[in-house]
Design a protein around this ligand. Structure first.
Ligand SMILES: [Fe+2]
Length: 294
């Protein structure tokens, strides 16, 4: 198996920002050796019914970075989210940093470029981002060497980002009592997701795992941090004793019962453009709704 450059002796400081509207958790990850930091999975607020976009959540992240005198080096998207809009360009404009996503973003752009009937002006080569990560690619946040693990299944472009003894799992895994994310979006696949989760579970048992989402199953409080060891033992979909076949059967059955995320239409249009809201021919910001298209 591919050897990832794991270094558990590097212990970054992680600060979480929960968004109650979309149950998303954004993170600021600080290099222990310097004031360099990264932002993982930011959120732009939208009142979709009113077509109104605001930045209260992103402003909280920006204020934290500014107040603590941190230098933003990377803005990471674990994947093209279908349930919230990214605030990456808003944050980048104010604080700098490079914007990165998995290289298979091109597949997602191709799929949804067609769904939204985007013209030739919509580039499907990932050029809206500063960096497209391949499996095992490394990058620096200050003195800290970080790397990406390719984890398709939920979407074709999903990546887990490992920074020292912490990993940001995107929608590959949920908390142990939440299981895993759906695998029925275009380009998703339950068996592929199972295989990706195995890559993650092969990391050291005490690796700290940070979720992108939590829905507080069975009425518990919202949580976002666990460990590889805990997921291996207790995850209700992939924990001890669960086979690939069982996972596929469960996931397929469950996904057939799920409604589309309420923000999927605006999320995809914005997130496949690295967080930029599309414009019409006059330059006005405008979102589309493909009828019976998804
Ligand atoms: Fe997702």
């Amino acid at each position: 198996m591919f050897e990832y450059p794991v270094n558990m002796s590097v212990k970054p400081e992680v600060t979480a920002f929960f968004d109650p509207d979309t149950n998303t958790i954004s993170y600021v990850v600080k290099d222990p050796e310097s004031n360099a930091c990264a932002v993982v999975d930011s959120v732009m607020d939208i009142d979709y019914a009113a077509g109104r976009i605001t930045f209260d959540h992103a402003d909280r992240v920006i204020e934290f970075i500014t107040k603590n005198d941190l230098k933003l080096e990377w803005i990471i998207e674990t994947h093209v989210h279908a349930d919230h809009l990214s605030a990456a360009p808003y944050i980048q404009e104010r604080l700098g940093g490079k914007l990165g996503i998995g290289s298979q973003i091109t597949v997602v752009q191709d799929t949804f470029g067609k769904v939204f009937n985007e013209g030739t002006e919509f580039q499907r080569d990932g050029s809206q981002f500063d960096r497209l990560f391949e499996d095992g690619d490394t990058y620096q946040v200050g003195a800290m060497t970080c790397f990406a693990i390719y984890t398709p299944g939920h979407t074709p472009a999903c990546m887990v980002h490992v920074m020292g003894n912490t990993a940001f799992v995107g929608d590959t895994l949920f908390m142990p009592d939440g299981g895993s994310a759906r695998a029925d979006f275009p380009g998703g696949d339950a068996g592929t997701l199972y295989d990706s989760i195995q890559k993650l579970l092969a990391l050291p048992n005490d690796m700290r795992l940070f979720m992108c989402h939590d829905y507080g199953p069975n009425g518990r409080d919202i949580q976002w941090e666990t460990t590889v060891g805990d997921e291996k033992k207790h995850n209700i979909h992939v924990g001890e004793g669960k086979t690939r076949e069982q996972f596929i059967a469960y996931r397929t059955d469950r996904d057939a019962q799920l409604d589309m995320p309420s923000l999927i239409i605006p999320s995809l249009q914005v997130n496949m453009r690295a967080g930029q809201v599309p414009t019409d021919s006059s330059g006005k910001k405008m979102l589309k709704v493909p009828v019976n298209g998804i």
